[in-house]
Design a protein around this ligand. Structure first.
Ligand SMILES: Cc1cc2nc3c(=O)[nH]c(=O)nc-3n(C[C@H](O)[C@H](O)[C@H](O)COP(=O)(O)OP(=O)(O)OC[C@H]3O[C@@H](n4cnc5c(N)ncnc54)[C@H](O)[C@@H]3O)c2cc1C
Length: 546
């Protein structure tokens, strides 16, 4: 054990390890990148995290950078949950649910709680948090906040940032910040404090005042764009009040480490009307999406038929798809859901679906009971079957997940993606959350082959250009991390890049919090980080059907 690891081990309640196997296990997340850390720390308390940060800060003052990467379950797909210094893993001990205030529908918890565990517990009280990502069974609430994750209900209920009420954050200096909206008067008091927190309030307030026009014109937008520190738009209100919390949402551990959370919750309706439609072409499905959107479904997933074919080759069969396939070739499948509390309203909407689309679809099923509904809902997990490698070690890693494309541009975009895939001799079936316009494409690759490794960055670059050309955003869901940052940042003006850099240096002047994430990274450096294989089976409890 190094002296640094020994020092930390002596001073915190949690454990510190430099065991080779552990370091290897923490050297990957769910991205195609890999970095071996110096040590892994399992903090037990906020105070442990404070001590780690304080120690790293003091080392930085002496010229030695010991980076800190906060980590939940490590299911990040952008290489943001790996780093060369200390990995601070919250899942081991900081995974308690503290209290539920059912009157105010607020729940207080630690960051290492799995999202599904939280929602399962809330369900006992008739509540839930509807922004859960599809990885909820094996990813944490802290990770979801740091990535601003979203899921199948986000088209109706928004992403995780809409459900965070308050955060306790350990700052780079080891000081602890409680977020919350403070009045202009309170802000002036904070700005007078001779602490790191006071310094942050002073500098952020000045930064916003100096850049209000830029923020209003280039960052404020209704369109989904999660890149950089776009939360800056929500920090200061016209009454002069400030809340720093929006900056941490989607910041991937680069501004502070979340140590405690208060989330807002919503009433849960377990009686959701679920159905699925199969179409002979993607274009036909796209037209149906426009009709479906008018009915305001809570779920509207579109899945390319190719994904079902690929899953079949891996041994996974879906009864719905097979039955539809008997009628015709299947271009795309739509899975929809209505979650209105009134059964009458749900039934009315289902009838409208039949009226509008029964003739246009090849096959239509509306679930009659929970078991049928659950079976149809599983259709949306089909892409997970492609993540793990085949026997000849091909896999479909998530390279370009989560781009936002406006619906009026989607038809052209899908055609352009098909051409891109053809050019690079890969299959790139699209699927996504149709209501919000967020799409995924997972090209099938053989990561042991140099030629396929080279394709990764070509595909990323060219896909990102297509997204921009179709007026979308590469980072419509989750955040850009290491892998997508060089491409996502091309969509930003120099002024916005400077603004984001200024935010980073206010919170992390020594550059110790997850360096290399949400920053410019040389492609050469990323190439050196590429994994020789891609396999998610090591991800705790990872199972496509979760
Ligand atoms: C099969 C699959 C499906 C997925 N589906 C979705 C989806 O539907 N929607 C979606 O948005 N994402 C999805 N993801 C990506 C990922 O699972 C989510 O973003 C998830 O919320 C990350 O949680 P985690 O606990 O794994 O975080 P990690 O991967 O451990 O960390 C993610 C980021 O958060 C930071 N972080 C973690 N904990 C803290 C903390 N306490 N304080 C500060 N920073 C912290 C890390 O440094 C890192 O930058 C998917 C991933 C996989 C593999």
């Amino acid at each position: 054990m190094s002296k640094v690891a020994e020092y930390l081990s002596e001073h915190i309640l949690g454990e510190v390890t430099t065991n080779k196997n552990t370091l290897s296990a923490f050297s990957t997340d769910a991205s195609v990148l890999s970095i071996t850390p110096e040590m892994v720390v399992y903090p037990r308390t906020t105070n442990d995290i404070r001590k780690i940060a304080r120690f790293s800060w003091q080392l930085a003052e002496k010229g030695h950078i010991l980076p800190i990467t906060a980590r939940g379950a490590g299911s990040d797909q952008t290489g943001a949950a790996i780093g060369r210094g200390v990995i601070v893993n919250t899942t081991a001990h900081m995974n308690s649910l503290f209290e539920l205030d059912s009157k105010q529908k607020l729940v207080r918890l630690q960051p290492g709680v799995l999202f599904k565990t939280l929602n399962d517990s809330l369900a006992l009280q008739g509540l839930h948090i509807p922004s859960a990502p599809s990885s909820a069974a094996y990813s944490t609430v802290g990770g979801a906040i740091a990535n601003n994750a979203s899921g199948i209900l986000s088209g109706k209920y928004g992403s995780t940032k809409n459900w965070v009420h308050q955060l306790e954050v350990v700052l780079a200096s080891g000081d602890v910040l409680q977020t919350g909206r403070i009045s202009k008067r309170e802000l002036n008091r904070k700005k007078g404090m001779q602490t790191f927190e006071g310094e942050i309030y002073r500098q952020i307030d000045n930064l916003i005042n100096d850049n209000q026009e830029l923020i209003d014109s280039e960052i404020s937008s209704d369109i989904r764009d999660n890149v950089g520190y776009s939360g800056i738009e929500d920090v200061k209100r016209s009454d002069g009040s400030i809340d720093l919390m929006p900056l941490f949402l989607g910041s991937q551990g680069t501004l502070g480490i979340v140590s405690e959370i208060i989330m807002r919750t919503e009433f849960l309706n377990t009686q959701v009307g679920i159905g699925a439609l199969a179409f002979d072409s993607y274009d036909a499905a796209r037209d149906a999406i426009d009709d479906m959107k008018q009915l305001e479904p809570s779920i509207l997933e579109v899945i390319d038929g190719q994904q079902f074919e690929a899953a079949q080759k891996r041994g996974k069969k879906y009864a719905f798809y097979n039955e539809a396939r008997q009628q015709s070739e299947i271009g795309a499948v739509l899975v929809f859901g209505f979650d209105e509390f009134s059964e009458r309203v749900r039934r009315k909407k289902e009838k409208k679906v039949v009226k509008l689309l029964a003739d246009k679809a090849v096959y239509l099923v509306i679930a009659r009971d929970t078991s049928e509904a659950n079976e149809l809902l599983l259709l949306r997990d089909v892409s997970s079957y492609l993540l793990d490698p085949t026997d000849d070690e091909q896999s479909a890693p998530p390279l370009v997940d989560g781009a936002y494309v406006p619906s009026e541009r989607f038809e052209d975009f899908a055609a352009a993606v098909a051409l891109l895939a053809k050019k690079h001799h890969v299959s790139m079936p699209l699927y996504g959350h149709a209501r919000e316009g967020v799409f995924y494409a997972r090209p099938q690759l053989h990561l042991k082959k140099v030629s396929d490794k080279q394709k990764i960055f070509k595909l990323l670059g060219e896909y990102s250009e297509l997204v921009t050309a179709h007026h979308g955003h590469l980072i419509g869901e989750s955040a850009e991390g290491r892998l997508k940052a060089p491409f996502a940042r091309k969509q930003l003006s120099d002024e916005v890049i400077d603004l984001f850099a200024a935010i980073k240096s206010i919170f992390d002047p020594q550059g110790i919090l997850n360096p290399g994430v949400k920053q410019d990274v040389e492609l050469k450096a990323l190439v050196a980080m590429l994994r020789p294989d891609y396999d998610l089976r090591s991800l705790a409890n990872h199972s496509p059907s979760n």
